[in-house]
Design a binder for this molecule. Structure first.
Ligand SMILES: *Cc1c(COP(=O)(O)O)cnc(C)c1O
Length: 230
């Protein structure tokens, strides 16, 4: 199979899974954005997926992400930063990316707000440590309402919602719980702060169905889209 055919098939297979899960949830597939998590995948392969119709690419590492942006071309391509953030990298992240999913503290949000290109509002998501696994990063659940209220005051960034990386559970019903908690937390923060957050970045290769059933609006798919990472 050529890389072109491979990309067309894999993209179609993921879009079908998204459509099926949406149908089961009584939702429109168009409500869910597919973000291709392209870390450790070659730019040439990412290009095949863009040629096949992929419009959103997520990157975890700044240098790799910038170099891929220079090599991959497509109309209306949107780049998402989904990796952990060191504060000395925020200026470049604000310059090169349209969405940042992995904001986990106020200091990072303030730097991105100050450094985002003038006249534009960077879309940011607060990463939440929903399963209390600090090694994965993310703000502690108890800090979330205060953080939302503080980030809401910043111009230069627009807090659009939350991102989570829950652990894999054995059972499909159990897998829905952390996603349901994240949705409920977003709703309650919206009520408390007057924010109108509308984005839940939830779901990867192994748990996208559970995430969509609980309201995900962005799934970040690596392995089941591009293949196993190098
Ligand atoms: C790698 C990665 C993904 C994709 O994971 P897969 O299991 O390969 O689909 C999604 N989100 C983040 C933050 C990642 O680092």
């Amino acid at each position: 199979m050529s890389d072109n055919e491979y990309a067309i098939q894999r993209l179609h297979a993921i879009r079908s899974r998204i459509a099926q899960a949406a149908k089961k949830a009584g939702r429109e597939p168009a409500e869910i954005t597919l973000v291709g998590a392209a870390k450790q995948q070659p730019a040439a392969l990412a290009q095949k997926f863009v040629d096949a119709g992929l419009q959103d690419i997520g990157e975890n590492y700044l240098q790799e992400g910038i170099s891929k942006q220079q090599q991959v071309a497509g109309q209306a391509l949107t780049w998402h930063y989904i990796g952990s953030i060191q504060s000395n990298k925020t200026a470049s992240i604000a310059e090169y990316f349209t969405w940042v999913h992995s904001v986990d503290r106020l200091k990072i949000a303030k730097r991105l707000a100050a450094q985002s290109p003038t006249g534009s509002q960077l879309n940011i998501l607060l990463q939440i440590d929903i399963d209390n696994e600090p090694s994965k990063g993310g703000a502690a659940v108890r800090e979330v309402p205060t953080l939302c209220a503080a980030i809401a005051q910043l111009s230069g960034v627009r807090l659009r919602g939350f991102m989570v990386l829950p652990k894999l559970r054995r059972d499909h019903h159990a897998q829905r719980e952390p996603f349901a908690q994240t949705r409920e937390l977003m709703n309650s923060c919206n009520q408390q702060t007057g924010l109108e957050m509308d984005t839940l970045s939830m779901g990867m290769s192994g748990d996208l169905e559970a995430a969509i059933l609980e309201g995900s609006t962005m799934v970040r798919i690596g392995t089941d889209l591009f293949g196993v990472r190098a």
